[in-house]
Design a protein around this ligand. Structure first.
Ligand code: OSB
Ligand code: MG
Length: 398
């Protein structure tokens, strides 16, 4: 992890990162399990990267403490390394070969010390997040305090918006949006790509003029190729990641010509990259996603940076099941998360969730932050077993 603690950069004021680092409860693991799941999707999710449809793999980590406490974490690595470089196979092997063997049968003072065992590994953010988050679930369960409370959350309900896929035609999209708005979703985010942009945004703006609207280009344009002037005239909340993640100078040039804030997603791969991007003026809003950032501690550091710089932040998603979303909801309760989260309930994308009870949107457009210690929502081990296509374990239960 490359956070404020070891970069020698300007210190981040004491905030959620320092607070989380100081949370201590002894953790000593006797067993770790990995599950590769094949999750049946009930809908196609299409962005500038292409479509996810049919089955989607997800990796689950189950950690078991010597006192019997169990914590689950999720690595929702996409099938193709298009959003980031992580893949299901790579994530699996890093967890099985490097991360999990390094944490067995050693006593750690808490999740922060445990996460230090893999801090020399570059990248591998989904694997790191899965292991770190499972250890947070254990710490929360042992201390008996829900994650949100432990991390300094300040709100119990998170306003959520839906991230709308690219559709075959605008009518289908408008129907889908109408349905979601009825359910309570209170912000529309449209995936855009060349050929599915200005006319679509215009139709949505006309049909739902009152609803806050944003677009997410998932790196699909260049400074020259994008319809920036037209998009800038729609009074959008933000344009998420219009250019490739590492094109910081170009993003900064583009931002300087726009009224609309650029939101960093693919560019924000860690504390250092986010700080550099903000320093260069490459964006004015940050989407904070635990798997992309490689764990909750990195998210806290980025959150504190945003608070310090008065940059609005919000919690994005990577099509997690209720296991990953449980952490995201607790994270989104922190003070710097001032904008709608991408937090669709599992029913929107999957035939079933892995947790019971799961969560859903309420009519005021919010989702309640989980109030139980440990994993925010109880994992159903039988469903995990049924959907598993590969399993691995280390250590033993007794
Ligand atoms: O760019 O925000 C993105 C899903 C997978 C990968 C990248 C992104 C997304 C989403 C969020 O748009 C969807 C969700 O998890 O609800
Ligand atoms: Mg995005």
């Amino acid at each position: 992890m490359q956070t404020s603690a070891n970069t020698g950069g300007d210190p981040v004021s004491p905030g959620s990162f320092e607070r989380a680092k100081a949370i201590e409860t002894p953790i000593r693991l006797r067993r770790a399990d990995l599950f590769m799941l094949s999750l049946p999707m009930c809908r196609t999710f299409k962005s500038a990267y292409g479509a996810s449809a049919g089955m989607k793999r997800a990796i689950l980590v189950r950690l078991e403490d010597e006192d019997g406490t169990v914590g689950w974490g999720e690595a929702p690595a996409p099938e193709r390394p298009v959003y980031g470089t992580d893949t299901p196979e790579g994530t699996w092997s890093v967890l099985a070969d490097l991360i999990l063997p390094g944490v067995m049968a050693r006593t750690f003072s808490g999740p922060s010390q445990l996460a230090k065992t893999w801090e020399d590994l570059l990248g591998q953010h989904y694997a790191k997040h899965a292991a770190e988050s499972a250890s947070w679930a254990i710490a929360s369960e042992k201390i008996g305090v829900p994650l949100a409370l432990m991390w300094g959350g300040v709100r119990a309900r998170i306003p959520v918006g839906e991230s709308f896929s690219i559709y075959d035609n605008i009518e289908l999209l408008l129907e889908e949006i109408a349905l979601r708005l009825q359910e309570g979703f209170s912000r529309i985010k449209l995936k855009i790509a060349p050929g599915w942009d200005v006319s679509v945004v215009s139709a949505v703006k006309n049909a739902f003029p009152e609803t806050p609207l944003s677009v997410d280009a998932n790196c699909g344009y260049t400074v020259e190729s994008g319809p920036w002037k037209e998009l800038d005239d729609f009074d959008l909340l933000m344009i998420e990641q219009p250019l490739p993640g590492d094109a910081l100078i170009e993003l900064s040039t583009l931002q300087s010509t726009l009224q609309t804030p650029i939101c960093l997603d693919e560019s924000a791969t860690g504390y250092n990259t986010t700080r550099t991007a903000l320093h260069l003026g490459a964006g004015r809003i940050v989407n904070i996603k635990p798997p992309r950032l490689g764990g909750l501690l990195e998210c806290f550091a980025v959150h504190d940076l945003c608070v310090d710089l008065e940059v609005p932040a919000w919690c994005g998603g990577t099509l997690e099941t209720g296991i990953g979303r449980g952490f995201n909801l607790a994270l989104a309760s922190l003070p710097g998360f001032t904008m709608h989260a991408d937090m669709s309930p599992a029913r929107i994308f999957y035939e079933e969730d892995l947790v019971e009870p799961t969560f859903d949107i309420e009519l005021d457009g919010c989702i309640s932050v989980p109030s139980r210690p440990g994993n925010g929502f109880p994992v159903v081990p039988e469903r995990v077993e049924r959907l598993a296509i590969r399993k691995w374990s280390i250590g033993s239960t007794k």
